[in-house]
Design a binder for this molecule. Structure first.
Ligand code: FES
Length: 119
C-alpha cells in the first residue's frame, strides 16, 4: 500500500534544481520548480543514467548521458536520445517507438519545508 514518505527538505534543493533520494527501495529524483516539489523515478529508461545528475529546463529533465528528456509533471517522454548525433541517428533507426518510455511519476506533498513522496 503506497504511503507518503519524507525524503528531504525542499530548502536542500535550489529552485530549478534536482536531488536524488531513496524511499522504500526506490530511487527518486525530486525537482524544485517555483517552490513546489515534483518527483519521478531517478533511473533513465534508456541506459540507466541518473536523472538527478541531469539538467532541469522548466519542467523538463534532460539526462546528462545522451540527452533524453522527460517531463517531471507527468513522467512523460519529451525527446529520446539527442546526442551525440551519430548515436541519436542509430537510436532513431533501431529503437522501436514502443520501447521509448517515460519515467514513473510519484505524487508529492510539501509540509513546512519537508518533502514527502508517495511510494
Ligand atoms: S542513459 Fe539517459 S539518455 Fe542515455
Amino acid at each position: 500500500m503506497p504511503e507518503f514518505v519524507r525524503v528531504c527538505r525542499l530548502s536542500e534543493i535550489p529552485e530549478g534544481g534536482l536531488k536524488g533520494v531513496k524511499a522504500r527501495g526506490k530511487e527518486i529524483c525530486v525537482a524544485n520548480i517555483d517552490g513546489d516539489a515534483y518527483a519521478v523515478g531517478d533511473v533513465c529508461p534508456h541506459l540507466r543514467g541518473r536523472l538527478h545528475d541531469g539538467r532541469l529546463d522548466g519542467t523538463v529533465i534532460e539526462c546528462k548521458n545522451h540527452g533524453a528528456r522527460f517531463d517531471v509533471t507527468d513522467g512523460g517522454i519529451c525527446t529520446w536520445v539527442t546526442h551525440p548525433t551519430w548515436y541519436k541517428l542509430l537510436m532513431d533507426a533501431s529503437f522501436p517507438g514502443f520501447l521509448k518510455r517515460g519515467v514513473r511519476r510519484y505524487p508529492t506533498r510539501v509540509e513546512a519545508d519537508d518533502v514527502y513522496v508517495e511510494v
